[in-house]
Design a protein around this ligand. Sequence first.
Ligand SMILES: Cc1ncc(C[n+]2csc(CCOP(=O)(O)OP(=O)(O)O)c2C)c(N)n1
Length: 514
Amino acid sequence: MNGAESLINTLVAAGIDVCFANPGTTEMPVVSALDEIRGMRAVLCLFEGVCTGAADGYARMSGKPGCTLLHLGPGFANGIAYLHDARRARSPIINLIGEHATWHLPADAPLNSDIESLARPVSAWIRRNMSAEELAGDAADAVLAASIKPGAIATLIMPHDCQLGPANCAVPPRPVPSLPQVEIEVIERAADVLRNSEPSVLYLGGYALRESGLIAAARIAAATGCKLMCETFPARWERGRGLPVVERLPYFPEQAINAISKFHSVVIAGAKPPVSFFGYPGVPSFILSPQQRTVSLSSPDEDVVSALETLADRLGAPVNTDESRSEQPPQRPVGRINPETLSAAVAALLPENAIIMDESNTSAGPFCMLSQNAPRHSYLAQPGGAIGLGLPCATGAAIACPDRPVITLQADGSAMYTLQSLWTQAREKLNVKTIICNNRSYRILGIELKRAGVTEFGKQAQGLIGLNNPLLDWVRLANGMGVPAVRVEHAEDLVKELERVLLENGPRLIEAVI
Ligand SMILES: Cc1ncc(C[n+]2csc(CCOP(=O)(O)OP(=O)(O)O)c2C)c(N)n1
């Protein structure tokens, strides 16, 4: 066995069975090992940002680390933006990066670069493998580093000669320590605040938005009357019938402050205290005011679910809450396609057990409100703000959950960063239905310019915001990558086409002109 084979054996033994890859010469021993050793599916992505974004989506939906195979510093650098998003989502990811042979490094060949410096800002764990014999152990350590809940990014740099050299065998998976528990005194403090101050809000993030966290949160709300709110951009939020209604904190800081300032006390569970996405002159960075009584029940890196369950018990909360609601999902919309009708169309047709990847930016704001009583679904947002995550993340989610339909709500400008994802979706026959929200602009930038007080946009500003000259033809772009596509300009046609493609297998794209 060589080093690369011991690496793949070790990863497969730890349950890592998918690798999102864009390899080059320095990764050829790993490519050969993927053929020699059974058990790992290699998925080719035509840009490294697709590899890393797909690894994120895969990790969020499978609960296992997503794995990438990338080519030296430049290949890794192409993937950094979506590793940034994955780090914010606390997704477990293992990056395998090929490196020149140790004896070739002094030659400073063209692709030579300081990989560690590129990896540091997005990696919780970095190791440069030093020998073939150690590669399996390094891989087991990387899996461990990524797997400590909620998840982290581990980057393993693998010189070519170490991949080729003789190695002994695979290393069995290392035991993963459990999450730190929340101190009982903190839980008591949260119980005290929720019992004694009105009105109060339980602000949820991270694993608090998974099913068991939400059930505990619903019990707490039933016992205390507190409101449930959540992070603006959750990594994964279980939603729909049978789960409690949770209000999402608005994006703009003035609206966020307005929404949460009416609560005298705030208990934070599984999240950091909310902050403004950007610093605007005269607007505070922190959304909660010092006058609000705030208790951090659990950080994202502690066992928030068990803390919520203990809190519910301490409060004498009912074991079961009634989450039945009379409102129905919205009617099928007609008329122009705009954020309201687009959101209503998707909410009205949402199939059971769907996964929604939302990078619609300004185009589907009402979706979360309109889908509260839709069938159960998982909702994935974009916690890191590096746009272009939507198409790759949906690709990885579909590979993690082949039996679940994936719907991507995808803004056009963001889609252009990583449209190569469509090719991987076609090649892997993934059940992803993409709705391109085509407003033919970077609309949010226009909104921001107006917020900054600019009333008339000059030629340059218009040129930097409009995506209209030339127009992007999403039907042809999708067709060119093997994905059947259609363009719609009215809400009734969006409904008709979405209903049709949801019955079909494989990737489809609908260009919705807004
Ligand atoms: C990687 C990255 N590059 C650039 C930006 C800056 N940026 C934020 S939003 C945006 C435009 C978004 O346009 P689109 O995706 O079409 O959504 P819309 O605003 O039209 O709804 C840009 C360029 C960013 N956030 N991340």
